[in-house]
Design a protein around this ligand. Sequence first.
Ligand code: BGP
Length: 471
Amino acid sequence: MIHKTLKPFPKDFFWGASTSAYQVEGANLEDGKGPSCQDVKELPPGTADLKTCADHYHHYKEDVALMAEMGFKSYRFSIAWTRILPQGTGEVNPKGIEFYNNLIDEIKKYGMEPIVTMFHFDMPAALDERGSWGNRESVDWFVNFAKIMFENFGDRVKYWLTINEQNMLTLVGPIIGTLHLPENCENPMREIYQQNHHMLLAQAKAMVLCHEMLPGAKIGPAPNISLIYPASCKPEDITAAQNFNAMRNWLYLDMAVYGVYNAILWSYLEEHDACPVIEEGDMDIMKQAHPDFIGFNYYNTGTVSASDGTEVAGGDQQSSNGIAGFYKGFKNPYLPVTEFNWEIDPIGFRNTIREMYSRYRLPMLVTENGLGAYDTLTEDGKIHDTYRIKYYQDHIIQIQEAITDGCEMLGYNPWSAIDLVSTHEGIRKRYGFIYVDTTDEEVGSLKRYRKDSFFWYKKVIASNGSDLSDL
Ligand code: BGP
C-alpha cells in the first residue's frame, strides 16, 4: 500500500533504547551478586569477559543523564536474577534491590518510563546446576523471582517484559551461552522443548501474577520476531516459509496470546518424539494469561526455500542454515548485509509488524532493533556513525508506514542505548548511541562519548519522529 500521507507517531510514543544486565552492567560478582550462566560460560575466542562490560553498575547516573539528554521517554533494561537472588532462590540480596531501586528512581527523576525485562539470557548458575529450565521447579523459581520484583519495584514500574527472546534460547541457546543439557541426553530436541514448555508456563504464571498484584501494570512477552519469506513463489517454498515461521515466530506468540501450541510446530515435534510433557492444568494456566501488548525484537527477516534434505543446522539469532525436511536457509539477493553479516531489511520491519497485528491484534512495543558495527573514535573524540543513522532512518520510517497501515505501536526502544558486550561477538560489535571507551582486549577508561547518532536521535525524539533528516 502506497500511502498519500503518513500518520504521525502517537504523542505518548515511547522513544528510548534498550540494554540487558549481563551485557552492560559489569560488576558481575560484586555487592553480593551470584554468577549466572553467562559468568561461567566459555567465552567465544577474542571477546571481552563480562566482569566490566560498560560498567553501567557504577556509571548508571551518568548513563541515565545522557539518555535524558537525548530526550528518552523510556529506558528498557533487565534485572539480573542473581543480583536479587544470588542462588536463584532463597536469600534476597539487599544490595541488588538497592541498585535497581536507585536505577529506577534515576530514570523516573527525568520523567522516563522504566521498561523492565524480567529475564534476559542470565539463568542463575546455581539453578543451572539443578537442571535449569529442564527442571519443572524452574516455573516456581521464576514466579518467586517475579513476585520479588513486583513487590519491590511494582510501585514505579508499569511496563514489564517476561522473557527476552525465548525463541532464541530454544533455537540457538549454545550460541548465546544459555543451553543447559543434562549429561547423556538421549533426545536433545525433546529436552529443549521441555525447557521451552516450562518457560512458557513460567511466563504465563508471571503474567497472571502481575495482573493480580499490580492492577495498573502492563506485561508482555519479548520474542525476536522476523517474518520469514519464501525464496520464490514455488508452492514448496511457501510451505517451507510457513514451517520456519511456525517454529521461529508463531509458536511463541500463539501461546502467549491465545494459550495454544502452534499446530505445525506441534506436529513437527510429534514426528521427532520431542513433544514436551504437559501436566494437568498447564494449558489452563496458558489460557488464563493475557499479555497487554507484544514486545518484540526485530533485526531482519529470514528467507527460506524447500528443504532438499541435506541441511545441517547452524547459524545464530538472525541467520539459519535450515533443518532437513523442514526448510532450507536462503540468502536473499535483494538485501544488503551488516559488517557482521546480518541482512538489513527495513521494509521487512513493516511487513513483520503488519503480520503480527493481523494475527494478534495487540499493541506492539519494539524492544530491540539496531545495527552492530565497528565504530571509530576520532582523535577529537567523535564517532561519525552515519551508517547507523541511515539504518535508523530507514527503519523508523517503516514504523510510521505500519502505523499508517493501522497497526498500533507503543514505542521504539532500539538496541542499544550504550555500547555493551554482544552475545557472541564481543564489544567490538557496537550498537550504542553512546560510545564507551573499552575494547575486547583490555578495559579502557570507560569514558562515554556522544556518537553522531546520539545527536541525530535527539533531534528525532524532539520532533516526535517527524524529522528523520540527516544532521
Ligand atoms: C538479541 C539479544 C540481545 C542483543 C542483540 C544483538 O538477540 O536480545 O541481547 O545482544 O540481539 O545481538 P548480538 O549481541 O549477537 O549482536
